[in-house]
Design a protein around this ligand. Structure first.
Ligand SMILES: Cc1cc2nc3c(=O)[nH]c(=O)nc-3n(C[C@H](O)[C@H](O)[C@H](O)COP(=O)(O)OP(=O)(O)OC[C@H]3O[C@@H](n4cnc5c(N)ncnc54)[C@H](O)[C@@H]3O)c2cc1C
Length: 506
């Protein structure tokens, strides 16, 4: 068992955190470990933000994330309080990592064991040497990005120049897109589609994202892919327990309506019911664009360029199906690829329309945890990536319904025979539901898009440029979306606040 935690020495400063997503919880825990008195205000009734669950008729659906990577980033939060994460939550490696289905009947698995992976590559006639060269390239990018951008919490080009030095910039493979990097090493079009689709982790297009996003396969191949026993929500519950043990005040169903400020100082947060909570620091886990617009009432001339630079990542149609049978051909994580993935990316990210034939991510969590469905039944989460909301071009609900029908047609065509006949429970969330639940910018699910021309993969900075003691954490902030990244962001926000406090006259 873990040693009992030593309560942190209070440092006399208090912090208001807006939002109990993983980013907000990570910042709150890290700050409490440094002696700050922290209060978290969350509009919903649960901790974990997009980690959310729907339980109905014996099925338990994870409505948000389903793939955990880089668990060492989470473990630090526990270690710093002399606790062990494994006493709070159990992680299990998943095999295969992904199962990939193609319209021509080809099926290959991704597995981290080189011998097993070679067998899969043989099905395509792809050279294991090409694949290894690609992984080596990915590993070099990961090491580069991890050392500075991730761990040092770099926020912009100035930080990059200072940390990496101009001479090292070309190591980021600046002249290529992510797809360009993939195509340089990999020959088979199906394997190109698979490696391109690692961009799913940040909800962007492999044809527009910078090549350094090819660091993503290393995250999975070197650090493995994990399931959280009992469902992803258990991860949020583990952080909630740690937060409570550290004395953090968690206020659920408390929506923040304004961040009050005087000159360059945020003075605290005002709740929807009018109550005011003064704070020495404010950390917003509400995304940067909606926070600037709604909590800080920034004028249109300020919002316009911010909106452009912080264009949201994609949204998704979240379709949960409870079935009265199991499809044994499904692994835990499955991808049913578009017949033309380049067109899929172009439609979602350039034309900003609902794709005719999207690549589908299908999660069958009962493969790792039979308790999520009644015996003999399957629990499927199906997630096609689709454009985020655009108020100038609203999508009618019927268009989402039509996509749902095309999704089921595709799955029936590609091997899940008679799928419709076996549905006993169905639940669907559109981008509007996602926006309403979490106040994410235009219903985005991974924060800000990674786009070579728009932002070169940079998201917002952690510290506000207008208010010295206002910080941002989460998917819209560097290093971006995905569970481990927002948790890392929370840890780096804490480092920035501690450094600022050290330099402040007492
Ligand atoms: C369907 C889906 C699938 C995904 N799959 C994966 C995956 O497999 N692996 C992975 O790593 N990531 C995945 N992600 C992305 C991942 O869930 C997010 O990147 C991450 O959880 C975001 O955390 P966050 O703290 O930035 O934001 P959130 O989780 O959105 O938390 C923000 C919180 O702030 C609250 N809030 C907002 N405004 C206010 C306010 N004014 N007052 C009070 N509270 C407020 C919200 O209610 C919310 O709880 C997925 C996301 C979705 C939706």
């Amino acid at each position: 068992m873990s040693e009992p935690a030593t309560p942190p020495e209070p440092n006399g400063r208090n912090v208001a955190v807006i939002g109990a997503g993983l980013g907000g919880l990570s910042a709150a825990i890290s700050l409490a470990q440094e002696g700050y008195a922290v209060t978290v205000f969350e509009k919903n009734a649960h901790a974990g933000g997009k980690l959310n669950v729907l339980e109905t008729r014996g099925f338990a659906f994870d409505l948000g994330p389903s793939i955990l990577t880089l668990p060492h980033i989470f473990k630090r939060l526990f270690h710093r309080s002399k606790r062990r994460m494994k006493d709070y939550v159990t992680l299990c490696p998943v095999r295969p990592h992904w199962r990939n289905f193609f319209e021509d009947g080809t099926r290959i698995d991704l597995v981290p064991e080189p011998d097993r992976m070679t067998e899969e590559l043989d099905k395509l006639g792809e050279s294991p040497k090409n694949f290894q060269n690609f992984l080596d390239y990915s590993g070099r990018l990961y090491d580069l990005v991890d050392k500075g951008y991730f761990e040092e919490g770099l926020d912009d080009l100035r930080d990059f120049k200072r940390y990496y030095g101009l001479a090292n910039f070309m190591k980021f493979d600046l002249l290529r897109t992510m797809h360009g990097g993939v195509a340089h090493y990999i020959r088979h079009p199906h394997l190109r589609d698979v490696m391109d689709f690692f961009i799913k982790y940040v909800g962007s297009s492999a044809y527009d994202a910078p090549a350094f996003m090819n660091c993503l396969p290393t995250i999975q191949f070197r650090h493995d892919l994990w399931y959280v026993e009992g469902g992803m929500i258990r991860l949020a519950q583990a952080l909630r327990t740690l937060a409570e043990e550290l004395g953090i005040a968690l206020r659920f169903e408390h929506e923040v309506a304004h961040i009050r400020h005087e000159g360059r100082t945020a003075t605290g947060v005002e709740l929807k019911d009018g109550a005011f909570h003064p704070a020495d620091y404010v950390v917003s886990n509400m995304e940067v664009v909606p926070a600037c617009e709604r909590l800080l009432n920034k004028p249109p001339r300020f919002m316009r360029p911010l909106r452009r630079r912080l264009e949201p990542a994609c949204s998704g149609l979240v379709l949960d199906l409870g079935l009265d049978i199991q499809y044994p051909e499904l692994a835990h994580h499955n991808f049913f690829f578009s017949g033309n993935q380049k067109e899929h990316f172009r439609t979602v990210f350039r034309k900003r329309e609902i794709p005719r034939d999207p690549t589908l991510y299908v999660v069958a969590a009962a493969r790792s945890n039979p308790a999520v469905a009644p015996p003999g039944c399957d629990n499927l989460k199906i997630l096609p990536h689709i454009p985020c909301l655009d108020e100038k071009h609203p999508v009618p609900h019927e268009a989402y319904q039509a996509l749902r029908d095309r999704v089921l047609d595709k799955l029936e065509r590609m091997g899940l025979t008679d799928l419709r006949r076996h549905i006993v429970v169905e639940h669907m969330w559109t981008p509007r539901d996602i926006q309403a639940q979490y106040y994410s910018n235009r219903g985005a699910i991974y924060g800000v898009v990674a786009d070579r021309w728009r932002n070169f993969g940079f998201k917002a900075s952690k510290q506000s440029k207008a208010y010295d003691n206002l910080f941002f954490v989460g998917g819209s902030v560097n290093p971006g979306g995905g569970m481990p990244m927002v948790v890392l962001c929370g840890q780096n926000v804490c480092k920035k606040i501690v450094a600022q406090d050290r330099n402040r006259p007492s």
